[in-house]
Design a protein around this ligand. Sequence first.
Ligand SMILES: Cc1ncc(COP(=O)(O)O)c(C=O)c1O
Length: 422
Amino acid sequence: MANDLAIDGGRPTVQAAMSDSWEDVTDVERSFIDSVLDDIGSAYDQNDLFEAEYRSFVGTKHALVMCNGTATIHAAIWAAGARPGKEVIVPSVTWHATVSPILHCGAAPVFCDADPETYCIDPKDVEAKITDRTCAIVATHVYGNPADLDALVGLVEGTDIILIEDASHAHGALWSGKTIGSIGHIGCFSLQKSKPINAIEAGVATTDSDDLYDRMLAVGQYGRCGSLWQTERFKELKAMGLGVKYRANPLGTALARAGLQRLPELNAKRTAWYEKMDAHIDGIDGVTHQRTYEQARRGGMLLYTGRVDPETVGAPTEAIFEALRAEGVRLNSQMLYGVMHLQPLFTDFSFEGLGGPWGDPASDNRAPLEAGSLPVSEAIQDTAYWLSTPVDPDPEWVDQVGEAFAKVASQGDRVAEWYRDR
Ligand SMILES: Cc1ncc(COP(=O)(O)O)c(C=O)c1O
């Protein structure tokens, strides 16, 4: 019968192939790369050109391209004055690169819980954790879904706290019609290969502030910074800056310029199938999709994600996921990265004997949290699914994945029984 579960030998619901040619190199990428190779002496112009294009796209006064997204977070946190004695508030539902640069600055990460429906940092928990040592808040727009920027901007207004948007997954997302990366004091974007704009490796930071821009220049743009200083603060350092180099490889930047050109198409295509998939999921008891705040429009959209409710379905989470995989859904359980507050780097990994301030136990600013301390983030982690996320899938694939969710969720008792007896 059509409704027989695949775990019971029924025909798997997903028959359409999930092929996607988005990552194939097109003439657009080739022409940008060729223009670098044709005039290698002017290669670094790519970085200036990309920055001009990116600041115009985001709508900020400055854009600074770097060797990767992690470097942009480090530069942003450093620019915010993160140092021993200071705290930086971060989500736990994110990638470690949102957090690890805080340790490199000698400051303390303070983890916050998440909103159960958007999976982004919970502004109420942020408010509760602000102290007179807080120098920055980093909000990740998880998988391209904007965090509650009205609430977060409200928390930092009239204070010295720097709001950093980790927009690594959210190129072209909007908040109340404004482009993500222009609402906090600094926006940080990864341009790594899996991201909506792909330089293979690069990142870009955006800001309206001359002061923050100069600080980010100082951190990692020696050679280049001498002609770019906006204020007097670092001018005596001339082109040396602080002597470390996070500069981007112009070949990658050229690829990113092509990606920026193709971004509106990527966002339109992903938006179309996400909306269709959301409509399928909305009709199913016990399965939800990541919710978007009213003011927000998703962009970039790294991964399609949602949660299952094992109580409502009547089967354990892993049983539901197994049954979905049997139906042909290329489904991954849990959030891509896990929850950060329980990772050894942020709990009990020993820094003893290492370089810099890390090697001195007196400088260890971590305040380890235990399992159960961020219950919403941990519940998201335990019940989340994400799908392999194409740009332009066969419409049949979208419908069939939706049908597979409906089929499995409506037969929870049988899924539970199968899982028990396996
Ligand atoms: C949320 C988030 N922030 C920062 C980064 C770091 O970016 P990159 O890999 O370009 O260093 C990533 C990379 O996956 C990320 O997902």
